[in-house]
Design a protein around this ligand. Structure first.
Ligand code: NAG
Ligand code: NAG
Ligand code: NAG
Ligand code: CU
Length: 226
C-alpha cells in the first residue's frame, strides 16, 4: 500500500503551478514551504544551509531512505552529503547517479553514508539535472549507526522507472573521489507494482493533470445527477 500521505503530498505537489522537485525524506531544510524559484541555487535551493540553526533528523549510515517527488517527466539525480557546517564543499557521493523516467515519487530505501560519520551532523544534498537546469534541495541530518527499515511513506509511483547513468555536470558537484561511486552492474528495474496499487492513482503516475481534473469534474457532475 502506498501511504496516503505520499499520495496526498503528490497530489498537492503535482498540482502546483510550477513544481520542479521536492525532497520529502529526509525532511528538507525548507520543509513544506519550498520556494520553487530558488531551487536553481546551489547547494541547497532556498534552504538556509547552517548546521547551527537547522533542525536535523536521523540518517542511518548503513541504509536509510531518500524520497523525492519529481514534477518533470524525466531527470537525473545525484545524492550527496557533507559534514561542512555551511554545506560549502567536501561533497561525497552517496548513491550512483540515476535517471528517472516518469513523474512522481522515487524512493531509494537503502542509501548509505560513510560509517565514520556516525555521531556527526551534516547535510544530505540532492542535485537534480532537470530539463530546465540544475536544481537543489538539502536536508540537515544527524548521522547515526545502523540501518532503518523502509518507512511507510517510502514508495515509488507505479509509472516511475530508473536506470543507472553518467552525468558530467552532476559528477562535477562532488569533491571526493573515494566514494561509493562505482557504477553497479545490475540495472534498476521498474518497481514491482504489487505494493503500488494506490500510487497509480497519483497524476504523476501517468494521468495528465488536466485529464484528472476533468474526470474529477465529471465524477462530481455525475454524483450531482444521481
Ligand atoms: C574539506 O575537508 C578538508 C579536510 O577535512 C578541510 O581541510 C577543508 O577545509 C574542507 N573544505 C570545505 C570547503 O569545507
Ligand atoms: C552541463 O554541462 C555542459 C558542458 O559544460 C553545459 O553546456 C550545460 O549547460 C550544462 N547543463 C546544465 C544543466 O548545467
Ligand atoms: C523504487 O525504485 C528504485 C529503482 O528501481 C528501487 O531501487 C527502489 O528500491 C524502489 N523503492 C521501493 C520503496 O520499492
Ligand atoms: Cu523544473
Amino acid at each position: 500500500m502506498a501511504p496516503l500521505r505520499t499520495l496526498f503530498t503528490s497530489l498537492l505537489f503535482l498540482g502546483a503551478a510550477h513544481a520542479h522537485f521536492s525532497l520529502e525524506i529526509p525532511t528538507s531544510l525548507e520543509g513544506d514551504d519550498m520556494d520553487d524559484r530558488l531551487q536553481p541555487n546551489a547547494p541547497c535551493g532556498g534552504g538556509n544551509a547552517d548546521l547551527s540553526t537547522a533542525t536535523t533528523t536521523d540518517f542511518h549510515v548503513d541504509g536509510d531512505a531518500i524520497l523525492t517527488l519529481l514534477g518533470h517527466p524525466q531527470a537525473t539525480w545525484l545524492y550527496r552529503a557533507t559534514l561542512d557546517p555551511k554545506a560549502e564543499g567536501n561533497w561525497t557521493q552517496l548513491f550512483p547517479i540515476i535517471t528517472q523516467s516518469g513523474r512522481g515519487a522515487l524512493c531509494e530505501p537503502q542509501v548509505t553514508a560513510p560509517q565514520e560519520w556516525v555521531g556527526k551532523k551534516g547535510f544530505i544534498g540532492i542535485a537534480c539535472d532537470a530539463p530546465d537546469g540544475m536544481l537543489f534541495q538539502c536536508a540537515a541530518v544527524n548521522f547515526v549507526a545502523g540501518s532503518r527499515s523502509t518507512p511507510e511513506a517510502c514508495a515509488n509511483a507505479s509509472s516511475v522507472s530508473v536506470y543507472f547513468d553518467e552525468n558530467p555536470n552532476l559528477s562535477a558537484l562532488l569533491d571526493s573521489s573515494d566514494s561509493t561511486s562505482s557504477t553497479p552492474t545490475a540495472p534498476a528495474a521498474t518497481p514491482s507494482s504489487s505494493d503500488n496499487a494506490a500510487a497509480s492513482l497519483v497524476p504523476g503516475a501517468g494521468l495528465p493533470i488536466a485529464g484528472l481534473a476533468v474526470s474529477t469534474f465529471m465524477l462530481l457532475v455525475g454524483a450531482a445527477l444521481l
